[in-house]
Write a protein that binds this ligand. Structure first.
Ligand SMILES: NC(=O)C1=CN([C@@H]2O[C@H](COP(=O)(O)OP(=O)(O)OC[C@H]3O[C@@H](n4cnc5c(N)ncnc54)[C@H](OP(=O)(O)O)[C@@H]3O)[C@@H](O)[C@H]2O)C=CC1
Ligand SMILES: CC(=O)C(=O)O
Ligand SMILES: [Mg+2]
Length: 412
């Protein structure tokens, strides 16, 4: 990142008010009567209604359109365990995106603990006031137990964005990128660098979409995750491969796809050079990808490339997922976000990239034209059609799979 952009980012966060969010009041608060309604004595009436019937909270409070963005700061972007407070700018950023792209109100909550049980209890105890819980930037492997336990304890959607949001966008992008490469997902040999939250969830979803588990090599700091390897954790075991390839360099030879959800500058030019023709490279570590797009292009003219960043073509980033997935879930008061809903989002996003691009997108990105191809195989975050297409697919999948509380969309 240039020094200019770094300073601009600090100024953006500091001026004119510190931070990126504030609270908005939705009711009149001008007169004695307004106060008597908003506060005591009037407020006692919705209290009594909710005491009698907790579902009334959707009618009388902000719950139905309110999401908690919760972190412990252990895997903030690709910056690692920077702590709960240092994660706050990212959490405020997610709150901004919930509101800007999907009209969802969100609070950021930073829970300062490394103890997964303390974290789970904290979230479970505050969850009732929210319509959904978006877990963010919680490192593997704790993130898996945290999400599973909270899903069992709560009757609102609990969604670890780095797992499932990322998995949805990777899958949508890969369906299209593999086609552009003239290949099929079922045949593609996939290397995934980073066997944590994003990597494991993405590979699991890709397998449900047709990728072959035996074609996937997962790689972490120890190298290729191999059957019989003692250091493999229970979540990685399903992807432990029977192979004599040991290093990332070994894994990349003749691979069709590289998915990086690890850290900066880990894929070398030599590794990329050893991949099969039309290599698909999703270098998704933030803010610095596994290989710089400039180096990738210099190395291979046939590379089909995406990053997680806004300033390059093909942004594979969960910003395309969580606002719309929650919108669709909240609209039908879904109890959870299940695989059917994730799959619906994948197909909606992949299909949208084939449609003509609206003028609003060209304007936002200062482009004269854009159409499906190597430089555009995933919709842009500023695409105004996303809010129509993705939530509708999610709501319908929630209704069809029986997890919606209401079967007619009510947008709070
Ligand atoms: N574009 C997008 O939308 C998204 C991008 N990401 C990016 O993906 C990365 C991982 O995020 P997440 O899965 O949530 O984090 P996790 O901490 O859950 O997982 C990170 C994984 O990457 C591995 N890893 C880290 N550094 C290296 C390295 N030098 N060599 C090999 N493996 C390494 C870790 O291994 P170990 O446990 O041994 O450290 C771990 O398995 C981040 O950079 C993040 O920004 C994440 C979500 C969304
Ligand atoms: C985009 C995102 O959620 C991450 O990099 O962690
Ligand atoms: Mg994240």
């Amino acid at each position: 990142m240039s020094t200019d952009l770094k300073q601009a980012a600090l100024d953006y966060h500091a001026q004119p008010k510190p931070g990126k969010i504030a609270i908005e009041i939705t009711k009149p608060t001008e007169t004695q009567r307004d106060l008597a309604l908003a506060y005591t004595p009037g407020v006692a009436e919705p209290v009594r209604a909710i005491h009698q019937d907790p579902e009334a909270a959707y009618r009388y409070t902000a719950k139905g359109n309110l999401v908690a963005v919760i972190t412990n700061g252990t895997a903030v972007l690709g910056l690692g365990d920077v702590g709960a407070l240092a994660g706050k700018p990212v959490m405020e950023g997610k709150v901004v995106l919930f509101k800007a792209f999907a009209g969802i109100d969100a609070f950021d909550i930073e829970v300062d603990t490394h103890d997964p049980d303390a974290f789970i209890d904290t979230v479970a105890l505050i969850a009732g006031g929210f319509g959904g819980i978006n877990l963010e930037d919680i490192a593997a492997p704790h993130c898996f137990r945290i999400e599973k336990t909270l899903r069992e304890r709560l009757d609102i959607p609990v969604f670890h964005d780095d797992q499932h949001g990322t998995a949805v966008i990777i899958s949508a992008g890969l369906i299209n990128a593999v086609k552009l490469a003239g290949k099929h997902l079922e045949d593609a040999r996939i290397v995934c660098l980073g066997a944590g939250a994003a990597g494991l969830a993405a590979m699991r979803l890709l397998v449900t979409l047709g990728a072959r588990r035996e074609h996937i090599l997962m790689v972490d700091r120890q190298g290729v995750i191999r059957a019989g390897d003692e250091s493999v954790n229970e979540y990685q075991r399903a992807f432990a491969a029977n192979t004599d390839r040991r290093t990332l360099a070994d894994a990349c030879v003749d691979a069709d796809v590289f998915v990086g959800v690890s850290g900066p500058n880990l894929l070398t030019a030599e590794m990329l050079a050893s991949m099969a023709e039309n290599p698909v490279v999703f270098a998704l570590a933030n803010p610095d990808p596994e290989i710089a797009p400039e180096l990738a292009q210099q190395t291979r003219q046939d590379v089909i490339m995406a990053t997680g960043r806004t300033d390059y073509p093909n942004q594979i980033n969960n910003v395309l997922g969580f606002p719309y997935i929650f919108r669709g879930a909240l609209d039908v008061r879904a109890r959870t976000i299940n695989d059917a809903m994730l799959t619906a989002a994948v197909h909606a996003l992949a299909a949208l990239a084939h449609e003509p691009v609206p003028a609003a997108v060209l304007k936002a990105y200062d482009l004269a034209s854009l159409s499906f191809g190597r430089d555009y195989f995933i919709p842009k975050p500023f695409d105004p059609r996303l809010i129509d297409v993705v939530p509708a697919a999610i709501s319908q999948a929630a209704i069809d799979s029986g997890v919606a509380r209401i079967t007619q969309v009510i947008r709070p």
